[in-house]
Design a protein around this ligand. Sequence first.
Ligand SMILES: Nc1ncnc2c1ncn2[C@@H]1O[C@H](COP(=O)(O)OP(=O)(O)OP(=O)(O)O)[C@@H](O)[C@H]1O
Ligand SMILES: O=C(O)C1=C[C@@H](O)[C@@H](O)[C@H](O)C1
Ligand SMILES: [Mg+2]
Length: 178
Amino acid sequence: MSLILCGFKSCGKTTVGRQLATRLNLPFNDTDMMIASFYSARYNNGRQCTPRDVFLIDNGLLFRSIEAEIINSLPTTPALVALGGSTLMNKMNRVVIQDKGFVAYLYTPSDVLWQRLTAKDAPWPLFLEEDNKERFIQIYQERRKVYENVADTTVDTTGKTASDIAEELAKGYDHGFK
Ligand SMILES: Nc1ncnc2c1ncn2[C@@H]1O[C@H](COP(=O)(O)OP(=O)(O)OP(=O)(O)O)[C@@H](O)[C@H]1O
Ligand SMILES: O=C(O)C1=C[C@@H](O)[C@@H](O)[C@H](O)C1
Ligand SMILES: [Mg+2]
């Protein structure tokens, strides 16, 4: 069974996912990184770039279209998948993902996320022109409902280290999430 991590930007999908993949001995598929690799190979003569670079090309349009392809081509064999923060805002992606494996939502309180997002040198593209907390809270609440609807389980990450969260999920995986 594949285990798929979803949640808001900076909740820890990549950090936890990498540790969990090692712990469960599963291949790690981080869709944001796959988008950047796909773009580098197909459009950038193999020159490396970040997911953010791809996002900034046309305010996310190309990013979204590559993302949909990547989601469709995720392996059918067991893997650990870390999604992007907005992957599940697309209905087709939601349908495909729910069919690909067991989805875990990493719930993180908005204040913790706000701190992480505003502490970064490279802010989230959507915030480049709208760097205000009210807008962030609105997006947070909209997305939270979607994550909760899609996910098969929720892990409250409050006060936990990435390795605590990875261990909690690894135990759930080992027991078939019963
Ligand atoms: N449980 C945690 N406690 C403290 N810091 C954390 C925790 N999980 C992740 N972080 C930190 O938060 C930041 C964002 O983590 P990460 O990149 O894993 O998030 P993400 O969900 O993959 O974000 P994105 O949606 O941008 O891919 C990193 O600096 C990471 O070290
Ligand atoms: O929350 C978002 O809107 C995003 C989160 C990242 O993981 C990337 O998928 C991209 O930067 C968009
Ligand atoms: Mg990530």
